[in-house]
Design a protein. Structure first.
Length: 299
């Protein structure tokens, strides 16, 4: 059974979008996934996103996705929310993934904006509603127009929020003005999906983070969040500024690549990447090491 949720924080406050560990030959590393999940929850995560973009979902099979959900739920599902990515640009396929995630024990679903197809807002409305109707699980929308090509407009967000199982949004739109209006009008629980904007989004009403850098700095993210909640804006700002080199370094190139490199430097399960993603060069690894050190990360 997952931790108790509230309407304000349906998936907790600090979640890491977890990488999918692979064995040296590129196979799914379920033991490594369980060890990494336990490490992340021990570090202070309330929840984990599995089978998201950071989990290399475009290159894992449906069977692997279900196996991964089941393994992570078995490892930490009594201590943390396990939210499974189920969104694709094919609504029928998304429904299959949503049902499989529920069968595997997931506590919630992450549904990304359909990518490449560039549907109109009515298509988004119908797509997300169909996913929410497919299971009994709560749904977190994922608004990332930089990858999908289409934003979820505020009016669409307000209409989606009327569905009883659409309870949250992961915001990677990078627009604080539009976020402010959507938070105020929709009432959805708002999660920052852009680590550089974690603190600014808190200031306009976000309740927490879905983070990539949480793989390595979850305690600092929790401290930032706690300081903000306690009204200590100065301390929250100091932590934010201390983490700037980490935010920058982890996104000098594609985030999965740097995250797996950082985990490898710390001796944590990660393994290789699946093409078309490729490992960092030695020069890029040296730069990442400098960036992390500048942000106070011990390697």
């Amino acid at each position: 059974m997952a931790p108790t949720s509230t309407p304000q924080t349906p998936f907790g406050r600090v979640l890491t979008a977890m990488v999918t560990p692979f064995t040296p030959d590129g196979a799914l590393d379920l033991d490594g996934a369980q060890r990494l999940a336990a490490h992340l929850v021990d570090a202070g995560n309330d929840g984990l996103i599995v089978n998201g973009t950071t989990g290399e979902s475009p290159t894992t099979s449906d069977a692997e996705k279900a196996q991964l959900v089941r393994a992570v739920v078995d490892a930490v599902g009594d201590r943390a929310f396990v939210v499974a990515g189920a969104g694709t640009n094919d609504t029928h396929h998304s429904l299959e993934l949503a049902r499989a995630a529920q069968d595997a024990g997931a506590h919630g679903l992450l549904a990304v904006t359909p990518y490449y197809s560039k549907p109109p807002q009515d298509g988004l409305l119908r797509h997300f509603t169909a996913i929410a109707d497919a299971t009994e699980l709560p749904v977190m929308l994922y608004d990332i127009p930089g990858r999908s090509g289409v934003p979820i407009n505020t009016e669409t967000m307000v209409r989606l929020a009327e569905h009883p199982r659409i309870v949250a949004n992961k915001d990677a739109k990078g627009d604080l003005g539009r976020a402010s209006w959507a938070i105020a009008r929709s009432g959805l629980a708002w999660y920052s999906g852009d680590d550089m904007l974690n603190l600014p989004l808190l200031s306009v009403g976000a309740v927490g983070f879905v983070s990539v850098v949480g793989h390595i700095v979850t305690p600092e993210l929790r401290a930032l969040l706690d300081a903000h909640l306690n009204g200590d804006v100065t301390k929250a700002t100091e932590i934010h500024q201390k983490l700037l080199p980490v935010f920058t370094g982890m996104f000098r190139t594609q985030g999965v690549i740097t995250t797996k490199a950082a985990l490898g430097l710390q001796g944590l399960p990660a393994g290789p990447l699946r093409l078309p993603l490729v490992e960092l060069s030695p020069e890029e690894t040296e730069q990442l090491t400098r960036d992390l050190a500048a942000g106070g990360v011990q390697l």
